[in-house]
Design a protein. Structure first.
Lengths: 290, 389, 315
């Protein structure tokens, strides 16, 4: 039982990060129909920038804030310089652009930062808490709480604020949104900025547990993407559930079967979902987006 | 000179100019001795290749500032394979065919090394590898040498210590990266010689962020007296943290793969009490004055840390010894002829490096034994000599 | 005159044959032959994607997986089955085609992003298996590949491999051009433009797409096998995600649907790291930037854009 609980808790922690990345995917995808492969690199920027700002003498909260801002700037630039000029391009072209952006960000990061692993101090100590025989780090609670708050905040923003509703409207029908006076370009930029902020926050929350390096983005992007896919592209609830599900599956896979193929879990999940129920768990939109 | 030869030469120059924008270290007057290098300064093994590249550049500058070798400057031609064995092989070909180097030091990973070996063997150019696996020098190839301890030696050193402490049943958790896999195999091969039994054998992927599931299995196995973790990169740091998180108190042994300050930083307080075999380099300031390696180790540490602002690691040390061995061999041979350098390398006797004291022979192209390892323990965030002996 | 040659069906093949013949004459050393041989090898893999992406309009972000299957077959065949390396290569090509046929059916029902992601997932799984099954594949350190012999002649040395790869590349190019000009090619192009319209004219869309996918897998496996034989060693990064991305980048940078473009794109990406040696820290940033710039500003690719410029001038 304690083993089950241990696996469940560690799966939930990692899964919460996947969920945040998936949420970022969802936000951008809904607003612009772009699948942003540089999403994982926002996670990296969040963690790495905080590490280096702290090394420069800033306190954690300030360093974290600046790191999130840095990621938002990168997100906005990505939209303005790479996505906006290629408006109307095919999905493959857009994918390749964001993959190019991801490679570029990584390339710059290894020069601006360095090529070594780094860690952040845990926010509230590292003495494990015992829950039913399972040992959980206080930082895991931070990650879970952070993911939940971000999700709730996003939900509130999208459904209760005017700007949020405008964003949803843009996602639903760009032309109609423009007709009712919504500035679509601003809305798209906002989606990129918000999504970058979420990725960066996830990166900061998880860096004390998983360590960070200039190239961790790819894996987070792929796992987060799998989560978004499993949950159903475009659905925020789907992103949350998909992320947690992939995290738990990986953890149980490693614990009960073999850790050699832990990373394969996410990709098998993608293929399975695509073949069996292409809309994912919560997807409602049509699969065919030609 | 015939016209075709001239034309070929012009074309050569043109092609070189077109293909390579390389700015080599500023040309020094006297005909330089060309030494080539291919390391993974970027890519997934950059944390190994980066200190190697920095060390090689630093040393080349130092040697030239002191007047070079045989009165000639050395020209270091350094390429980055970005962790790709195919690229490593292309650069190896470039070093041989185009740059016409007399000797090579490099090969960050075992894969890159193995990809380059045939090129240097065919061209009969001495090659000092910086990668760990024992296959590189076993069986011995005439032109291939290496500086890092083998994983087998590391296993032996660890098991020696365990035996001294009366440990007979252990758990193992290893990385599935090349290093972890190779060391796991070597450890399982020699563990019986020490009367020790591995009763739990787990693994984790190179990018895993949480090893509590695997450690939990080990923890729940009856009779475990110690755990050994072959691996490098961030994996061992996470294993060490999870080990503390799960409240495991049996001794934890890490490998020489994590012998750098960054491991202590990444693992944090959880690293306290962790034991590992490592070269003298890590405890440079604590070596006794009559230690034969003291002078070399202190000098390298000081120079590297001053030049880069980063703490030394064993990986940079491998590169230091690789180039050091080559330079010593060139001096001893009194020539820059590749086969003379090879012969001199094979005849290396008691070369004091930062990794250990090398004595090579026709049967041994590494020349280090278990005595080159010191068993260290982490105490208050620093290394201290430990060992049951 | 130039116009007529440019527009002739044989033109691309003549251009490539000319390059193959001239390079050894001007190459100052064997290193340049090695680089050229790598260009030919990656061109072969890119031809497959030219058919799949350029003709049929189906993307694959996991194509290095097939390259890996071809490459590992020449290592595994001799090791475990005692087969000749070249026989193993044929076997590998067959296995690759069979896997493509099985996997292709469900995958090719998907479109756009979903197809891209499914192929990506496939490629990742191949690379994870090659990394993970270290007892068989040697894991991340890779496997040694025995030297191949052809008619009693040992295939070794950059010059030999230059000619072997160039020969296979030319045959591959001829086949790809032939397919492009055949009814199959026209059918593929038709479904590229609109699957619904293509189906309306009686084209069996699913079967045609599957054909293109299997062909692309065959090209990739041949390229992988040659790469492994030439290097004498194969590591799992040949099947990795980055390699898949580079293959797609080759096709797109050179020019989608153009056989010469595939070679130009392959040359571009193979030579880039050699040209950037002094700036090796910036190599990744430059690669990423180039991919973005080409996608945004030159989505047609180098060769088609140049050709358009030339015909415009001639007119």
């Amino acid at each position: 039982m304690s083993e089950f609980l241990q696996l469940l808790l560690s799966g939930l922690t990692v899964g919460a990060v996947y969920a945040l990345v998936a949420l970022g995917f969802t936000l951008i995808y809904n607003a612009s129909d772009v699948i942003n492969f540089a999403q994982g690199d926002f996670v990296m920027i969040g963690g790495m920038a905080t590490v280096f700002l702290m090394a420069a003498g800033l306190p954690l909260p300030l360093a974290a804030l600046l790191a999130v801002l840095a990621a938002v700037v990168v997100g906005l630039l990505l939209h303005r310089l790479a996505i906006e000029p290629a408006r109307g391009a095919s999905p493959v072209t857009l994918i390749m652009i964001t993959i190019g952006a991801s490679i570029f960000i990584r390339g710059v990061a290894q020069i601006v930062f360095d090529k070594q692993f780094h860690t952040l101090p845990a926010f509230s100590g590292s003495d494990p808490i015992n829950i039913g025989g399972a040992a959980i780090l206080p930082q895991s609670l931070w990650v879970l709480a952070g993911a939940f708050l971000l999700f709730a905040g996003l939900y509130f923003f999208l459904s209760r604020t005017l700007t949020g509703k405008a964003l949803v409207a843009t996602a639903a029908n760009r032309l109609a949104a423009r007709l009712v006076g919504i500035n679509v370009t601003v809305m798209l930029a906002m989606a990129f900025g918000l999504s970058a902020a979420m990725g960066a926050l996830a990166g900061i929350l998880v860096a004390p547990i998983t360590l960070t390096r200039y190239d961790i983005g790819t894996l987070f992007a792929l796992k987060g993407f799998a989560a978004a896919m499993v949950g159903g592209m475009g659905s925020p609830q789907g992103a949350l559930v998909g992320g947690l599900l992939i995290g738990i599956l990986e953890s149980f896979g490693a614990g009960y079967i073999s850790s050699a193929y832990k990373d394969a879990v996410a990709f098998l999940a993608i293929l399975l979902v695509l073949f069996v129920m292409p809309r994912g768990l919560f997807g409602s939109r049509s699969v065919e987006r030609v | 000179m015939s016209r075709t030869a001239t034309r070929r030469r012009v074309l050569h120059a043109a092609a070189l100019a077109a293909l390579s924008l390389t700015v080599f270290s500023p040309a020094i007057a006297a005909d330089p001795i060309k030494i080539g290098s291919v390391v993974s300064a970027t890519g997934s093994t950059a944390f190994l290749g980066d200190p190697e590249a920095k060390t090689l550049k630093l040393m080349a500058d130092q040697i030239n500032a002191k007047g070079g070798v045989l009165g000639r400057p050395i020209e270091l031609i350094l390429y980055d394979d970005s962790g790709d064995a195919n690229k490593a092989r292309t650069f190896a070909t470039r070093l041989v065919e185009d740059d016409e180097v007399v000797a090579v030091v490099g090969g960050t990973s075992t894969g890159a090394t193995m990809a380059m070996i045939p090129v240097f063997e065919d061209a009969e150019i001495p090659f000092v590898s910086l990668a760990g696996a024992i296959e590189i020098v076993d069986p011995v190839r005439p032109y291939v040498f290496k500086t890092p301890h083998t994983d087998k030696t590391a296993c032996q050193k660890i098991f020696e210590d365990m035996k001294g402490r009366g440990i007979a049943k252990i758990g193992m958790i290893s990385g599935t990266d090349g290093f972890g896999k190779s060391m796991r195999k070597q450890c399982l091969g020699v563990v019986g010689d020490y009367g020790i039994e591995v009763i739990a054998d787990e693994s984790y992927g190179p990018t895993d962020a949480d090893m509590t599931p695997q450690l939990n299995k080990i923890k729940n196995t009856d009779g475990i007296q110690a755990v050994i973790n072959p691996g490098f990169g961030q994996g061992p740091a996470i294993v060490t943290r999870n080990y503390a998180q799960l409240g495991m108190t049996t001794p934890l042994y890490q490998s020489h793969g994590v012998a750098s300050k960054s491991f202590v930083e990444l693992a944090g307080p959880a690293a306290e009490g962790v034991r590992l075999p490592a070269p003298a380099l890590l405890i440079a300031d604590k070596l006794s004055d009559d230690d034969r390696q003291k002078a070399v180790v202190t000098e390298y540490k000081k120079a590297y840390e001053a030049a880069t602002g980063e703490p030394v690691s064993t990986f940079g040390g491998y590169a230091y010894d690789g180039l050091g061995l080559l330079v010593a061999a060139i001096e001893k041979a009194g020539s820059d002829d590749s086969s003379d350098i090879r012969d001199a390398l094979e005849g290396t006797k008691a070369h004091v490096g930062v990794t250990g004291i090398y004595t090579m022979s026709e049967e041994d192209h590494l020349g280090l034994g278990t005595e080159s390892f010191r068993l260290l323990r982490i105490e208050k965030g620093d290394w201290v000599a430990d060992g049951a002996d | 005159m130039i116009d007529r040659i440019l527009n002739s069906r044989l033109a691309p093949l003549l251009v490539l044959a000319f390059l193959v013949a001239v390079i050894p004459l001007v190459a100052p050393s064997n290193f340049y032959l090695r680089v050229a041989a790598l260009v030919w090898v990656f061109s072969i893999a890119a031809f497959g994607l030219t058919i799949l992406m350029g003709y049929a309009g189906q993307v694959s972000l996991g194509h290095a997986g097939f390259l890996g299957i071809g490459a590992y077959s020449v290592a595994l065949g001799p090791e475990y089955l005692g087969l000749d390396p070249l026989v193993s290569l044929c076997l590998g090509v067959f296995v690759s085609a069979a896997i493509a046929w099985v996997v292709g059916r469900p995958i090719l029902k998907l479109r756009g992003y979903y197809l891209a992601i499914a192929t990506l997932g496939f490629g990742m799984i191949v690379s994870l298996v090659l990394n993970g099954e270290s007892a068989i594949t040697g894991g991340p350190d890779g496997m040694q590949v025995p030297r191949a012999t052809l008619f009693g002649l040992k295939l070794s040395g950059s010059a030999t491999w230059y000619w072997v790869t160039a020969g296979v590349m030319l045959v591959g190019a001829a086949l790809a051009l032939n397919i492009g000009n055949s009814p199959t090619g026209r059918a593929l192009r038709a479904l590229h433009d609109s699957e619904v319209a293509a189906a309306g004219t009686g084209i069996d869309v699913a079967a045609r797409k599957l054909n293109a996918f299997v062909l692309a897998a065959i090209y990739a496996a041949v390229a992988g096998g040659l790469l492994a034989l030439m290097n004498g060693l194969i590591t799992p990064d040949a099947a990795g995600f980055m390699n898949s991305i580079e293959l797609v980048a080759m096709v797109i940078i050179g020019g989608l649907g153009s056989v010469v473009g595939a070679v130009v794109g392959a040359a571009f990406l193979v030579v880039l790291p050699q040209a950037l040696t002094s700036l090796h820290d910036y190599e990744q940033a430059v690669l990423g930037l180039l991919i973005m710039v080409f996608m945004i500003f030159l989505p047609a690719g180098i060769v088609p854009t140049l050709r358009r410029k030339m015909t415009e001038r001639a007119a």
